[in-house]
Write a protein that binds this ligand. Structure first.
Ligand SMILES: Cc1cc2nc3c(=O)[nH]c(=O)nc-3n(C[C@H](O)[C@H](O)[C@H](O)COP(=O)(O)O)c2cc1C
Length: 188
């Protein structure tokens, strides 16, 4: 059975990003995957401490907080869904905190190869208020490149724009359909 983990980077559990991330997990479950949703905002989470502990132990974070076991869960997972609203033209601090901790997967002395082997199949979910889908194009492309470098090749960007209040995305069938399909594809 495939294991898919969703990480929600919005503080709104029932918000636009959360709705889409859950839709992706529903899609994965529809194909028989086991799924788990992590609400990053609810965790006791530190940023990467730059201690290099992970560089001497084969890629395991040594910081003691709620993120550490999740980094181990990712080793076991077949795919991940990373969700964030756009905050100040970028991802939220909640998701960035997790992604900085992905440093443990990098083998720096090995020439910045990844301990994740072939990598983790990844769906990136993004919600934004701006009605222009291209307004953060450069940032989203760079985020995609960065995730690929870390061992999280983004197979699909699920993107909703013109959504402001939590729940607005419910009136947009396209990103909801795209989220479900992307999650289902991850479980293949
Ligand atoms: C602190 C903050 C910063 C934001 N910055 C942006 C922004 O730079 N561009 C944008 O289009 N929307 C921005 N938004 C709007 C959110 O991206 C939008 O409301 C989104 O739908 C929220 O998703 P959620 O319901 O999953 O939390 C911002 C919202 C907040 C609270």
């Amino acid at each position: 059975m495939k294991k898919i983990i969703g990480f929600l980077g919005s503080p709104h559990v029932e918000g636009n990003t959360g709705i889409m991330v859950r839709e992706a997990l529903r899609g994965a479950a529809s194909r028989g995957a086991s799924t788990k949703l992590v609400v990053l905002n609810e965790l006791n989470a530190k940023g990467c401490q730059g201690c290099m502990g992970c560089q001497g132990n084969g890629g395991h974070c040594v910081v003691k907080d709620d993120i550490t076991p999740l980094l181990e869960d990712i080793y076991e997972a077949d795919g991940v869904v990373l969700g964030t609203p756009v905050y100040m033209w970028q991802m939220t601090a909640q998701l960035k905190t997790l992604i900085d901790r992905f440093f443990c997967y990098l083998d720096v002395k090995g020439g910045y190869t990844t301990h994740l082997g072939a990598g983790k199949r990844t769906v990136l979910v993004v919600a934004q208020n701006n009605a222009n889908p291209d307004s953060f194009k450069v940032y989203l492309e760079s985020t995609r490149d960065m995730l690929g470098f870390l061992g999280f090749p983004v197979e699909k960007l699920v993107h909703a724009w013109g959504v402001a209040a939590p729940g607005d995305v419910k009136s947009q069938p396209e990103p909801l359909r795209a989220a479900f399909e992307a999650g289902a594809a991850l479980a293949r």
